[in-house]
Design a protein around this ligand. Structure first.
Ligand code: NAD
Ligand code: AHE
Ligand code: ZN
Length: 368
C-alpha cells in the first residue's frame, strides 16, 4: 500500500512529507493506522546526527497511538479495530530480560530494531524501490506503519488518540522513572533538571507518589508556571546562581533524596548526581547524550553513598503498564492535556522541531 510519511533523508535536514510504499504485515506483525504522534526530543536527537544508532533514510517517530488495520499470520493478541500504542521497548514476556524482575528492557528484537529493521532483518518501507529504515521499531511519523505484535499495547477504545499518544514515550518515561525505576517514597525531596516534555512528567510523578519538596531546574524561566501547576515547589535558574550544586545542597539542608536529569547534558548529569544527599541520595539519568559524550564524577561521590542510575521508558513494561497509565489518564489521576501545547498536521511536522528548539512548546502532537 501507499502511505504518507515524513521521511528523514539525512542528518540535519528537515523531514520531507512524501508518499512511500509500505508492505503488509508478515508473521507476528501488525499493520497500524497511526492517528496521532508526539514529537519527542529523542526524534530531534537522532535527526541531528548525534545518535550513534541513527541511520538514514528513516521514518522517525516513536510516540504514537492508532488502530490495528491488519494482522499477519500467528498474531493472537490483537485484531483489526483494536486501539494500540506502539512500544519502542517491547514486552515479549519470554526473554531473560522480561523474566527478570529488575528490568523492562526486553531484548527479543533489540538488535534488528537498532538497525532500523523488522525482526526478520528487512524493512517494510520503501521509496522508488529503495528501502527506508524503521525507527525505534515504531516509525510513527508515517500514517500507516508495521510493528511486531510484542511492540503494541492494547488500550481502551474511549481514550483520545491525540492525548494518549504521549503515553507512548514522555508521560510513561517521566512518571515511570519516579514510580517504577526509582520508587520514590512519600515525603521525599526531589530535584528535576530540565522542565520539558519529560521533566514535567517527572514532576507530576513525584507529586503523585507524595514527594513533598520538588525542585525544578531550568535555564528557561517560561517553564515555571506549568511546572508549578504540576507540583514544583521551588525553582532554580542555573544562570542566576554561582554554583547550582552548592545552592541545592544548601536549600535542602544537605542534598536531595532523588534527582532526575531530563536534558541529555553530561555536565548537568554530574550536577544531578552531586546535589544528592550524602549517604542515600539517588540520581536517575533520563536524558540521552550524543555520540562520544561521557559522564564523570569523583568516585568519592559514590563511595559516600550516592547512587547513579538510569531509566529507559520509565522502567515500564509496555504491554502491561501502558494500558494502566491510559486508565490513570481517563480517571483523571494524571494530566496530559496541559502539556500538549501545540498540534499540527503531518505537513507541518518540521514546525514541531522548531518549537522544541526555541523552547516554546512542551509537546507538539501531529494529527493525521
Ligand atoms: P525538551 O526539549 O522538551 O526539554 C528539555 C528541557 O531542558 C528544556 O526545558 C530546556 O530549557 C532545558 N535545558 C536545556 N539545557 C539545560 C541546562 N543546561 N540546564 C537546565 N535546563 C536545561 O526535551 P524532552 O522531550 O523533555 O527530553 C529530555 C531528554 O530526555 C532528551 O535527552 C530526550 O532524548 C530524553 N528522553 C529519554 C527517554 C528515556 O527513556 N530515557 C525518553 C524520552 C526522552
Ligand atoms: N540510540 C542511542 C540511545 C537512545 C536511547 O537511549 N533511547 C532510549 C529511549 S529515548 C526515548 O525518547 C532507550 O530506550 N534506550 C534503551 C535502548 O535499548 O535503546 C544510543 O546512544 O545508541
Ligand atoms: Zn521519546
Amino acid at each position: 500500500m501507499k502511505t504518507r510519511a515524513a521521511v528523514a533523508f539525512g542528518a540535519g535536514s528537515p523531514l520531507e512529507v512524501v508518499e512511500v510504499d509500505l508492505q503488509g504485515p508478515r508473521a507476528g506483525e501488525v499493520l497500524v493506522e497511526i492517528k496521532a504522534t508526539g514529537v519527542c526530543h529523542t526524534d530531534a536527537f537522532t535527526l541531528s546526527g548525534d545518535d550513534p544508532e541513527g541511520a538514514f533514510p528513516a521514518i522517525l517517530g516513536h510516540e504514537g497511538a492508532g488502530v490495528v488495520v491488519d494482522v499477519g499470520p500467528g498474531v493472537k493478541s490483537l485484531k483489526p479495530g483494536d486501539h494500540v500504542i506502539p512500544l519502542y521497548t517491547p514486552e515479549c514476556r519470554e526473554c531473560d530480560y522480561c523474566l527478570h524482575p529488575k528490568t523492562n528492557l526486553c531484548q527479543a528484537i533489540r538488535s534488528t530494531q537498532g538497525q532500523g529493521l523488522m525482526p526478520d532483518g528487512t524493512s517494510r518501507f520503501s521509496l522508488d524501490g529503495k528501502p527506508i529504515l524503521h525507527y525505534m521499531g515504531c516509525s510513527t511519523f508515517s500514517n500507516y506503519t508495521v510493528l511486531p505484535e510484542i511492540a503494541l499495547a492494547k488500550v481502551r477504545e474511549d481514550a483520545p488518540f491525540d492525548k494518549i499518544c504521549y503515553i507512548g514515550c514522555g508521560v510513561t518515561t517521566g512518571i515511570g522513572a519516579v514510580a517504577f525505576t526509582m520508587k520514590v517514597e512519600p515525603g521525599s525531596t526531589v530535584a528535576v533538571f530540565g522542565l520539558g516534555g519529560i521533566g514535567l512528567n517527572v514532576i507530576q510523578g513525584a507529586k503523585m507518589v507524595g514527594a513533598t519538596r520538588i525542585i525544578g531546574i531550568d535555564l528557561n524561566p517560561s517553564k515555571v508556571a506549568l511546572a508549578k501547576q504540576f507540583g514544583m515547589t521551588d525553582f532554580v535558574n542555573p544562570s542566576e546562581v554561582d554554583d547550582v550544586v552548592g545552592h541545592l545542597v544548601e536549600i535542602t539542608g544537605g542534598g536531595v533524596d532523588y534527582s532526575f536529569e531530563c536534558i541529555g547534558n553530561v555536565n548537568v548529569m554530574r550536577q544531578a548526581l552531586e546535589c544528592c544527599h550524602k549517604g542515600w541520595g539517588e540520581s536517575c539519568i533520563i536524558g540521552v547524550a550524543g555520540a562520544g559524550q561521557e559522564i564523570s564524577t569523583r568516585p568519592f561521590q559514590l563511595v559516600t553513598g550516592r547512587s547513579w542510575r538510569g531509566t529507559a521508558f520509565g522502567g515500564a513494561r509496555g504491554r502491561t503498564d501502558v494500558p494502566k497509565i491510559v486508565d490513570w489518564y481517563m480517571e483523571g489521576k494524571i494530566n496530559i492535556d496541559a502539556l500538549i501545547t501545540h498540534t499540527m498536521p503531518l505537513q507541518d511536522i518540521n514546525r514541531a522541531f522548531d518549537l522544541m528548539h526555541s523552547g516554546e512548546s512542551i509537546r507538539s502532537v501531529v494529527l493525521y
